[in-house]
Design a protein around this ligand. Structure first.
Ligand SMILES: [Fe+2]
Ligand SMILES: [Fe+2]
Length: 189
C-alpha cells in the first residue's frame, strides 16, 4: 500500500517537486521518529504521505469532500480544509478507518490536546523534515527524540509566533491545544 501511495503522489505532484520533496521528507522523518520511539511506523507513514494530499487542489475541490458542518466550522480558517479533505479521501480511496491515522491527518495543522504518539510524530515531522528552512529542523528532531510532548509544544510556539508576526488570530482550538501542551510540559522546551 505504501508503494502504491508513493507512486500516486509522484504522479499527482509531478508539477510541484517541492511539495513532493516536503511530503517525502515528512514521511522519512516520521518513520525515523517512530522507530526511535519504538512505535510501528506503518501508521505514521500512511498519515505523513497523505497529510498534504489535497494541498494543491482548488478550495472547491477540497470542500466538495467535506460535510456542510465541517465547511461552516472552518470558514474563517480555510487552511483546515486540506487536512479534512485529505482525511476523507484516504478513507474513500484506501478504506482506512484507523482512528490514529485519521486523527494524525486531521490535526496536522494545529494539533489538539492529548494527541497519541502517532499524531504527535506526524505533527512534529511536518516541521522537522530536513527541507524546512525557516526553523532549525535538526534541533527540533533532536528534541522530538527526547520528548514528543516538548517538540509538539515547540512546533505550536513556532506557528503561534508566525501568526502573531502576520497579525493573524489563532483559532480557539489551536490555543486550547497549545495550553494543554504547555501545561503537560510545564512550558519546558
Ligand atoms: Fe498541511
Ligand atoms: Fe505538510
Amino acid at each position: 500500500m505504501i508503494q502504491r501511495i508513493i507512486q500516486d503522489l509522484q504522479h499527482k505532484f509531478k508539477n510541484d517537486p517541492m511539495r513532493l520533496t516536503h511530503i517525502m521528507g515528512v514521511y522519512e522523518t516520521a518513520t525515523k521518529l517512530a522507530l526511535h520511539h519504538k512505535i510501528d511506523p506503518f501508521k505514521v507513514q500512511i498519515a505523513s504521505l497523505y497529510h498534504d494530499y489535497t494541498k494543491n487542489d482548488k478550495i472547491e475541490t477540497q470542500t466538495a469532500l467535506l460535510t456542510p458542518d465541517e465547511v461552516a466550522l472552518y470558514k474563517d480558517y480555510p487552511v483546515m480544509y486540506h487536512a479534512l479533505s485529505a482525511e476523507h479521501l484516504l478513507q474513500k480511496n484506501h478504506h482506512i478507518l484507523d482512528e490514529e491515522i485519521i486523527q494524525a491527518i486531521r490535526h496536522h495543522i494545529w494539533g489538539r490536546p492529548k494527541m497519541s504518539s502517532v499524531e504527535m510524530i506526524v505533527f512534529i515531522a511536518d516541521y522537522a523534515e530536513p527541507n524546512r528552512t525557516f526553523i532549525d529542523a535538526t534541533a527540533l528532531y533532536e528534541l522530538a527524540c527526547m520528548s514528543l510532548e516538548k517538540a509538539t509544544l515547540r512546533c505550536m510556539e513556532i506557528t503561534l509566533n508566525n501568526l502573531k508576526e502576520q497579525g493573524a488570530n489563532p483559532h480557539p482550538e489551536q490555543l486550547e491545544a497549545y495550553h494543554y501542551y504547555k501545561e503537560v510540559t510545564r512550558g519546558e522546551t
